[in-house]
Write a protein that binds this ligand. Structure first.
Ligand SMILES: Cc1cc2nc3c(=O)[nH]c(=O)nc-3n(C[C@H](O)[C@H](O)[C@H](O)COP(=O)(O)O)c2cc1C
Length: 304
């Protein structure tokens, strides 16, 4: 059986399949359940300084090829969430704390509290497409990306990953800023700006009107982003977007991702999707004679 373990910025994972932020990560016990279902690491929901209700319903609309959501970063705030993190720390896999905020100071403080509560790494949400003054509103400016990464790096001793947005002309600009600020990893991609209109009412479906598209429809966009990032920066990449099966994950790995995250597929295939995708990757590697998952990382860039 091929070796599925991977190492990213010093974090050792038993396999390359993580839970993506915002999905099933609202409580410590659900993070533990995802770990038990087979994930190699779990990412929390994005947490801010204060409790936040998010947008009124409807916040999610399911389409043929994906899901559009504008949840609005609903979360209980860091003071309440540290208790959940303490529970999550009992999971037998690394717990990655996802952070959003309005400023580098705010994000540094949240990151530091997460480290204290047992997080093994930080993921900076610089890419939420539908929240004002946070997320992609910061992440679309590479200079801000760089200064946030630098500031958070100074406030914690654990690896800092930056989750960057595909909703820009060139995703490489933000990645270069992460690399220049000594970020430990890049997570790509967050959802793609999208909307749905109900023909019967003539109104946008989501209360926020515009949201982020996830699921199968965005896989080719995510794979392209990871491929471009791998050619441009020497920082570990974690691929996310539309992964439902082991073969989807392999596309990302072959494009250059060292690990992948799964979000929407938990709706399509249930919590078992984590273990299943791990098995499917293993079966593929065995069938094609690869000894380890590392053997396929970036092979789509090979000349022959
Ligand atoms: C309902 C929902 C909530 C999400 N919340 C967050 C979040 O809080 N922070 C974040 O960084 N990404 C969030 N995301 C984005 C996912 O982590 C992921 O980047 C995106 O959905 C693409 O992956 P997928 O196609 O596997 O879902 C959310 C996605 C969905 C569908």
């Amino acid at each position: 059986m091929a070796d599925l373990s991977v190492e990213i910025a010093g974090l050792r994972l038993r396999n390359p399949v993580m839970l993506a932020s915002g999905i099933l990560g609202e409580t410590g016990s659900s993070l533990v359940r995802v770990a038990e279902a087979g994930a190699g690491a779990v990412v929390t929901k994005s947490i801010g300084a204060e409790p936040r209700e998010g947008y009124p319903n409807p916040t999610v609309v399911e389409l043929e090829a994906g899901i559009i959501n504008a949840v609005g970063l609903a979360n209980p705030g860091i003071a309440a969430y540290v208790d959940e993190l303490k529970v999550a720390a009992q999971a037998e896999v690394p717990v990655i704390g996802s952070v959003f905020g309005k400023s580098e100071g705010e994000m540094s403080e949240i990151a530091s509290l997460m480290e204290e509560a047992g997080a093994s790494a930080i993921e900076l949400n610089l890419s939420c497409p539908h929240a004002r003054n946070v997320g992609a509103e910061l992440g679309k400016d590479p200079e801000i990306v760089g200064s946030v990464v630098s500031a958070v790096k100074k406030s914690v001793h654990i690896p800092v990953f930056a989750k960057i947005t595909p909703n820009v002309t060139d995703i490489v600009d933000a990645a270069l800023a992460v690399a220049n600020s000594r970020g430990d990893g890049i997570v790509a991609i967050n959802t793609v700006k999208a909307m749905a209109i109900c023909p019967e009412t003539g109104r946008p479906v989501l209360s926020n009107r515009i949201g982020g598209l996830s699921g199968p429809a965005i896989k080719p966009i995510g794979v392209r982003c990871v491929y471009e990032l791998y050619e441009s920066v020497d920082v570990p990449i974690i691929g996310v977007g539309g992964i439902l099966t082991g073969k989807d994950a392999l596309e990302y790995l072959m494009a250059g991702a060292k690990a992948v995250q799964i979000g929407s597929a938990a709706y399509y295939r249930g919590i078992e999707v984590f273990g299943r995708v791990v098995e499917e990757i293993g079966e593929f590697l065995d069938e094609y004679g690869y000894e380890s998952v590392g053997d396929v990382v970036g092979i789509a860039h090979d000349e022959n």
